[in-house]
Design a protein around this ligand. Structure first.
Ligand code: ADP
Ligand code: MG
Length: 358
């Protein structure tokens, strides 16, 4: 039974992808161990992430979306290190065998795995016993040339510019919309923010709502960008817990302060929502969007720092990244506004043990 399931949903659908990577996958599903062969003079990069039903995804989320996202959050760690995928393993703990779900889940995994050329090479499938939640644990293996610096968090330098890809905060907007849909918005944001968040969600144009839900359910992966940043970025992180906290990791590890420009973060939103500039509530709505970006969660965009000498090279990358601040001597994360001096950002980013269960 178990072997049948593994074969139907994981071995067969991924067979072509595994075969096409024959030079690096020496053994895959069906053997006691997978055997991966990195290219000569390359370093191995490994990352693992677990998703728990009710914590990282809603029980009624599409199985396809859950499959995609489980791999996306792992691939984004490889992207943040500038690594290229070699393959991944999948550990599943399931309360029951739901073939409909398994089929959708496997399809979502395969769509992204094929797009990023990342074969499934092994795993484990167990019963969750009396636990009612599904647990999905993925480990990705990647490689980068041995001379690459790995974009370690502690490698940032004073004077570096801070850059981001995409629109960090979109996924959190998507999450707020989801909470609103199930009538639990109050559980997801602080009491003091609730009215402003409701005002924002009511004003959001439909196209931005759709973008936000897509960002939450089918996040992009930035493997290609991570490779393009070789030789340009000093340090890089993927935005999984929110821009404020994640840039804070680079600043703290490097003994520096991050100074972010509120105007630049606002400009990022105005690009998608230009009519907002003419709204009588523009200032307030933009303020809520800036908080959404800083608190973030689940964006999987990249945030990196690089010497100003690389400014033009970075700006010529497509889709165009945005420079949102600088690193300076000092500590913590600070926000600069147009006329006022910088003000320290003290809010918390996403904390698994503080958020309510879905
Ligand atoms: P073993 O008892 O040797 O650990 P298993 O019965 O757990 O073997 O698994 C049989 C084969 O199927 C192994 O090659 C394992 O890597 C693979 N496998 C099991 N579960 C999964 C899964 N969820 N995804 C991919 N491969 C899996
Ligand atoms: Mg096993």
């Amino acid at each position: 039974m178990e072997f049948d399931l593994i074969s139907r949903y994981f071995k067969e659908p991924f067979a072509d992808l595994v075969q096409s990577r024959g030079e690096s996958v020496l053994a895959g599903i069906g053997d006691d161990c997978a055997a991966l062969k990195p290219t000569l003079n390359h370093t191995l990069y490994i990352s693992t992430d677990t998703l728990v039903e009710g914590v990282h995804f809603f029980s009624d989320d599409s199985a396809h979306g859950v499959g995609w996202k489980s791999l996306a959050c792992n691939l984004s760690d490889l992207a943040a290190c500038g690594a290229t995928p070699l393959g991944f393993t999948l550990n599943l703990s399931l309360p029951s065998v739901d073939e409909n779900w398994l089929s959708g889940f496997s399809g979502g995994l395969l769509d992204l795995a094929a797009q990023e050329n990342c074969p499934l090479v092994g795993g484990d499938t167990t019963s969750a016993g009396s636990n009612t939640a599904k647990t999905i644990s993925i480990t990705v293996f990647g490689q980068a040339p041995a001379g690459h610096n790995g974009f370690h968090r502690a490698h940032a330098l004073a004077g570096d510019e801070v850059w981001v890809s995409g629109t960090p905060g979109l996924a959190r907007l998507g999450l707020l919309l989801q909470y609103q849909r199930v009538g639990q918005l109050a559980a997801c944001c602080k009491q003091s923010e609730l009215m402003r968040v409701e005002q924002l969600l009511a004003a959001l144009p439909d196209h931005l709502k759709q973008r936000a839900l897509n960002a939450l359910q089918q996040p992009v992966t930035r493997i290609r960008l991570g490779q393009q940043l070789h030789g340009l970025a000093n340090a890089c992180v993927d935005l999984s817990d929110g821009l404020g906290g994640d840039i804070g990791h680079i600043a703290n590890s490097s003994g520096l302060m991050a100074n972010l420009s509120v105007l630049e973060i606002q400009a990022m939103w105005l690009e998608y929502w230009p009519e907002l500039a003419r709204s009588p509530d523009a200032l307030e709505l933009l303020g809520t969007l800036v908080s959404t970006t800083l608190q973030g969660g689940d964006d999987f965009e990249l945030c990196w720092v690089a010497k100003p000498a690389h400014h033009n090279a970075i700006q010529s990358i497509e889709p165009r990244p945005r420079r949102i601040g600088t690193l300076q001597q000092g500590e913590g994360v600070w926000l600069s506004r147009e006329k006022a001096g910088p003000e320290r950002w003290l809010e918390q980013s996403y904390n698994h043990f503080a958020e309510p269960r879905l």
